[in-house]
Design a protein around this ligand. Structure first.
Ligand code: GLY
Length: 355
């Protein structure tokens, strides 16, 4: 099975397949045949797949996984390795791993010699449905997530669902958090062909939880069609693209309070979804029936609202530092109708009423 999606912004293709890994690597090598390559590979992925992928050692740089690793030191490691291996302006970096590897490799590509090609090969569900597409690249700095970064589009994204066979349950569910998010923004995206993604996710839940290949391919394709429609209208997040941050304002704050260890990104986003849905329902922005349907969908996937002992002031301080915050207001994406959200800028006083 193979699906090709075209992204106008940046003019690149996304390939979604269940090809054998040898076929995937042949394709990647063919796509970059006239270039010197540097594969930036997550250590976890390298340990699991080194014999199957059979990459040339001289083309590999291994980095550790986890948000803590999305830092300046690892960025420099990529730049230094690219320099030592004489990569020129015509050469290519290839990210092979989850969102952290993709973000940091993309950022290194955007700055090395004023910008060289890069390719994304995402290996987690979260990076397949979100971070590998749309050109957001970044590193974290001084405890602020994605403080240094650039919008820089990849030359190609190769998604191979077979990588998900070794993804642990927690990380898989974390990716499903971002998947479910798309159901709540479907009608904002401006994707011309009706998907009924909300309904589809309700129907296919068991199969998706079992990682059934056809369902996975369809779901990834659905999510990406929605994301592509958004990014094609607003590459640099001046307006519409903000909707992709549904659940992220609160999510980033608890992720940061948990020092990026207690909650995965997807788990934090799911808690952010509960937070904004509760606010929307309490303030009559959505009907009870839609609130209930949404809660049922989250519950079907096993997501539960957590209790936090974090102080509201501390969460607010982090939200203020979030790059989505304009000077004195904090931006939230709030459900306002079935499968629809709105961007709302809130004062600190208003945010306190949300808790
Ligand atoms: N992850 C949200 C975006 O790409 O805009």
């Amino acid at each position: 099975m193979k699906q090709i999606l075209k992204v106008d912004t940046g003019n690149y293709d996304i390939e979604i397949s269940d090809d054998k890994f040898s076929q995937l690597i042949d394709e990647v090598l063919d796509f970059t045949k006239n270039q010197k390559r540097l594969f930036v590979v997550s250590r976890k992925v390298y340990n699991l797949y080194k014999d199957i992928l059979n990459l040339c050692e001289c083309e590999v740089l291994i980095l550790n996984d986890g948000e803590k690793e999305k830092n300046f030191k690892n960025y420099l490691k990529i730049i230094k390795t690219a320099t030592q291996r004489n990569l020129s302006r015509n050469d290519v970096l290839i990210a092979l791993g989850g969102g952290v590897i993709g973000d940091i490799t993309g950022y290194a590509a955007s700055t090395y010699m004023r910008g060289i090609d890069y390719i994304q090969i995402p290996t987690t569900l979260l990076s397949m449905v979100d971070s590998s597409v749309g050109g957001k690249t970044a590193i974290d700095f001084q405890c602020v997530k994605n403080l240094i970064g650039a919008f820089y589009q990849p030359k190609k994204v190769f998604i191979n669902i077979n990588f998900l066979n070794t993804l642990d349950k927690r990380q898989y569910l974390s990716g499903l958090g971002e998947v479910v998010k798309y159901a709540f923004i479907e009608d904002n995206c401006g994707y011309k062909h009706a998907l009924f993604f909300f309904e589809y996710l309700t129907l296919c839940c068991e199969k998706l939880l079992e990682k059934e290949p056809m369902t996975l391919m369809r779901v990834i394709e659905y999510c990406l069609n929605l994301k592509i429609a958004v990014v094609n209208q607003d590459e640099k997040e001046t307006g519409l693209r903000k909707i992709l941050n549904l659940g992220h304002t609160f999510g980033h704050a608890i992720e940061s309070k948990g020092k990026y260890r207690k909650y995965t990104h997807g788990e934090a986003v799911v808690q952010g979804l509960f937070f904004v849905f509760n606010y929307a329902y309490k303030n009559n922005l959505i009907s009870y029936s839609y609130y209930k349907l949404s809660m049922d969908l989250l519950e079907k996937y096993g997501f539960k609202k957590a209790k936090f002992s974090y102080k509201q002031d501390e969460l607010l301080e982090i939200m203020k530092k979030d790059k989505k915050a304009s000077t004195d207001k904090i931006t939230f994406i709030i459900p306002c109708d079935k499968k629809k959200v709105q961007v709302v800028k809130m004062s600190q006083e208003e945010v306190y009423t949300m808790f």
